[in-house]
Design a protein. Structure first.
Length: 167
């Protein structure tokens, strides 16, 4: 999975760790199946749904509510004063997914004056002034949230069953 920005100043790529079982099944599938594009599209769409739902519901991908906005932040916002990580829709509206026969990814194309605010909101600022409000299904160490990992595993296994590829 990659978190990316197609701007001029920033490209962030996050490698997800701990997916050995899923990767091994995908390699097996790619050796046995001719067209894995539908599977990759389904995986990408699922990752998109996880991130979109987190942004909409103001929760982490595992359902934990984000920290509320500070009074000073609410006061500074011009509109949507009670909405967390939403003012003009730049973050949510630029969430995209892409897939090919070999990959599934989600990404964002949102910055503010060249500042990579999606990354800062995902992981928090290094000075602690901005708390993490994770919406992408990855932890700081690059591992997937366990629920998301299990859901991706289930999608791959269902695909293998449908294609009669399950060992």
């Amino acid at each position: 999975m990659k978190l990316y920005h197609k701007g001029y100043k920033m490209k962030v790529s996050i490698d997800v760790k701990g997916l050995d079982e899923i990767e091994n099944k995908l390699k097996y599938i790619s050796n046995k199946a001719h067209d894995t594009a539908p599977l990759m599209a389904e995986l990408a769409h699922h990752l998109y749904d996880v991130a979109f739902n987190s942004l909409r519901d103001e929760t982490s991908p595992d359902g934990i509510s984000w920290n509320p906005l500070k009074a000073s932040t609410k006061k500074a916002k011009k509109k949507h004063k009670d909405s967390i990580l939403y003012e003009n829709g730049d973050l949510r509206d630029t969430l995209t997914f892409e897939s090919s026969k070999d990959s599934a990814q989600i990404g964002l194309n949102a910055t503010k004056g060249g500042y990579p605010y999606p990354v800062v909101h995902q992981f928090g600022s290094s000075d602690g002034k901005i708390v993490a409000r994770p919406f992408m299904p990855i932890h700081n160490d690059g591992t997937l949230y366990s629920d998301t990992k299990d859901e991706l595993q289930e999608i791959v296994e269902d695909y293998m069953k449908e294609e009669s590829l399950l060992k």
